[in-house]
Design a protein around this ligand. Sequence first.
Ligand code: 26W
Length: 849
Amino acid sequence: MSTSIEHQQVEEEAQFLAKKVHHFLMTILGRLPEQAHPIELFQALSYALREKVIANWIATTRTIHESQARRVYYLSMEYLPGRMLLQNVSNLHAHHMMKRVAHLCNYDYRSIAELEPDLGLGNGGLGRLASCLMESLATQRYPAMGYGLRYQYGIFEQQLWDGVQMETPDCWLLHANPWGLRHDHSAQTIKLAGKTKEALNAQGEHILHLTDYEMVRAIAFDFPIIGFSKKADYNVNTLRLWSTKESPRNFQLQRYNAGQIGAAAENTTLTDVLYPNDDNDMGKRTRLKQEFLLVSASLQDIIERHFHIYQEIRSFADKVRIQINDTHPTLVVAELTRILMTHYDYTLDEAWEVTSEVVSYTNHTILPEALEEWNQERLRTLLPRQHRIIELINDRFLKKVPTAEKKESLSIIHNGQVRMAHLAIIGSHKVNGVAKLHGKILQEQTFKDFLPLYPDKFTYVTNGVTQRHWLWQSNPMLSEFITELIGDKWVTDFSEIKKLANFASDPAIQTKFLAVKQKNKERLVRFIDTHCFLHDAAGRSKVDKTPIALDSLFDVQIKRIHEYKRQLMSALHVIMLYFDLLENPKSRLIKRTVIVAGKAAAGYHTAKAIIHLIYLLGRKINHDARIGDRLKVIFLENYSVTKAEHIIPAAELSTQISTAGMEASGTGNMKLTMNGALTIGTEDGANIEMREAVGDKYWPFSFGAHVEELHKLEQENSYHPKELYLQEPKIKQAVDALTDGTFTESSAELASMQHLTESLLTGSGGQKADRYFMLYDLMAYYKMQQKVELLYTDSHKWAEFSLYNMAGMSTFSSDVSVKKYAEDIWQIKPYPVDPEILREVTESYKQTC
Ligand code: 26W
């Protein structure tokens, strides 16, 4: 197609959409364009674009219905898509057109799009993975649908008040979000609590009926997940999020009249808040209700849809696959079994066969405190019918287990607790880890006793990230650089990225790469200057005036704050560098800017103390004239998808230093490498596979104890951090500095630092000293950082390594992960939107214009 025709088409469509924007401003928002607030313009722009994709959305759904394809339903308590408008525009290839539309409306597109708050309906890795997978499923045209909850408040906003993390609610719905279509007719009713009555189904199996129960109505909000395509033939899948907020029926007037004002509103507020805990099971009643809400509403919806297409239930096991994202939706196992027995007269054995064929479970963590357990009594009270099914399943299962000892270790119910991972494993067709090492640990340690019973059930699918979001959309300069070299096929086929290796050793290409990185560093610094604040002790925002040297190494660690991720080890390293520089300003070969971002769970004291420490380091070091611009420490408040989009393109060193065996996979590691950062990392999670893919030669900064070594130390109980501290003067100096007044200025600060020292040297709160082996790996980390400095002094060599690293990332696209799930776990095939159906629906739409 000639460019002038293309231009003309873009112009025509832009004119059309600009008219639509005008239309929505007037008819939905009641504004003349010149009166409209920018946020209203954002809304109108979104409505206009949403309308553009409706035909493909309807047509995709119809294509899947009519082809009677097997489909997968992804159940997740968390999603972290970030901003919808930017993502959708990017996948529609509509950036230029939207700029033109905004221009026609006298606004600047970027500044309008940036008014959209992030959809932060998740904590971290697990939620973001769900969003990457959803995007890849749509782009690869798989018949897939996501289910989740539409929390009124997503992940809390983090502020640092004089270095202390404060949490404020994330009010992403302050203004209506145009992307979630409210579907009242798809509402589902959930039944909780109540009394049970024994009955028999038509096959004479015992079932329970419920009386005097609580009812909650969940309303569906559908978000389009737009597959990337340059043509008009893109698939659009659905992400359906349930909300109890909008349904007036959930208000319990009787309770209110009896003066129980809080209890009266309990069910209207069920989807109010995302539980802000990552890797920590809190066992709260509302959380259990939320989990059941997701499961019950989604299952009813899935079964209704199945009936609508097939008018019978017997094909269910053939046509439906359900993937559960960690154990949070595990009640699906009990509920599906129950529904089949109660409503469709299945025997327990028949129902069980269907359930365990349909459901599969992805595990995302081996941390013991993150393995969900529910108190049996709580479960029985809130979900008596499901509790009964769990008992039946458990009895049936235990009959297969040979010894009393194994029965004890494998039982779903144990010491009055219901172990959700056990229920998930027993009720699943496949159980997968999210990286090779993680899969191995699941089989050999965490769930080893299940292995003899289910030798073929355990597997792994290495995580991936969508290059369309994390390169194409968020790093346009690097994307252009890549496309100039190898064409643009990499956007939908990431195996193409290998071709970058052909250019890695070309000095002219290296120069270009360095120039792109430099521009992204400048962009990040501008972003920090204009968008990043800190707060004083009274919560007043203040600008952080730290000047950042653009020729310094941008050393980045961005992720949830957790002891096992070892931000504290990185902080101790900063202290070591600081002392080196004080002793001899020339001791370091390069300037370095350490950039840290991440949230701590609200009740996680140690994690909050780690944030506090990083803040204190910055406060002292960044303003120490003796150090000048050689070392800076920046903590960026309120890490989010949007912040990540600014930080990642500018990163040069990716810090991935979790205790070996603890990080299931990591996905930030992949994003950073795709964007040309080199990794300093441990042999953990996907780091290992990334190193193998890149090759040891170009992955020079791997360090630290391997998992076997740490297991041995643990088994022999032979790790004594205090001895290491006393033996190694550099470690001692760094740890002592936490509490000797070098960085603290008040007794509160001192107390917070004492807590950290204690956790390292003696152990606190009943935990072992330094249980994540930070002091054990610290000297190796310090030495490896010297190697980093050396390589950084040779910018062309550094660029060469970066290009080889990018070239090695081909298998870490979520397209690859999704394909593996589709082929090995779900056995589903792509279904491109049917051109005939699309034509028909488009015609029908045109009649409305
Ligand atoms: C019950 C509370 C709770 C909430 C969330 C427990 C556990 C979680 C998640 C499983 C924590 C999580 O996000 N895990 C991360 O999942 C990513 C995607 O697979 C991995 O890349 C990370 O390594 C893993 O920590």
